[in-house]
Design a protein. Sequence first.
Length: 285
Amino acid sequence: MKLPVTLVVVLIALLLAGSCNKGPTGGIPFYLKMDTAVVVAPPHISASSNTQEIEDIWVAAGSNNLGAYELPCLFPVLMQDSIQFVINPGVWQSGQSATPVVYPLMNPDVFKIAATPGKTYTHVPTFTYKAGDTIMFNEDFEGGSDYNANMVSTKDSVKYGIYCGKITVGPNDSLVTACQQFYYGHNAPYILTPGQEIWVELDYKSDIPFWSGVIAHFNDNTTDSIQLLLLLPQTNWTKVYIKLSETVGQEGASTYNLYFQGLNPYGYGGGSAYLDNIRLIHLLN
């Protein structure tokens, strides 16, 4: 059976397109491998307090957005020769894997690769805190506790440094609240400005659930306690990033301070929550 001339021409064109249109590298990518990230400590933060939990990286190569990858990762790039990469750090907002975000308080890692198709390149993304960041406080409990008597400084279960904070809920307690009273030797609460990026970083392990929250103080001497995140028991030290920006914008209070509230739900016999490296940071606009 003879095919119409026009159909033959179309078939030939499709075959040529399929065999020749393989992109700038002939369809052969190179691969970029990243296992873990490094975060450089901000000024005045000790090495033992410099913890991080960069879960994801957000990648751009030249003008191309390559998407987000969970660490460790190995991904193909269909480019060659000199390529500039911009890698942004990703965290799980409030510790939830369903809400990955670019962490706005850190600078991206920018670097170049002279890439050859077919090869694999390894890079360790390194992130620094932005110059406009203001660290309101960094509570590492090495000099005692800046909270009320319900948060003690202890050597129990320490991973970072020598001391950590500890909230203990007894078997007959329903809850125990530790409220921040001081920071850098000054009385809390402290001023937070709506419209800024405001985050709390902290490390914890616990055998009880506990709330993290803030107390908003208003000019008429009233207060409002806002529960931010319920942290569930963890046998290993875990870092979380909690965004405060929306809370501060909604409350519009004059000042704020943090609190943590240990719980004793039905079926628990009490227990302890351990906290360390509690850091409040905001980015000046």
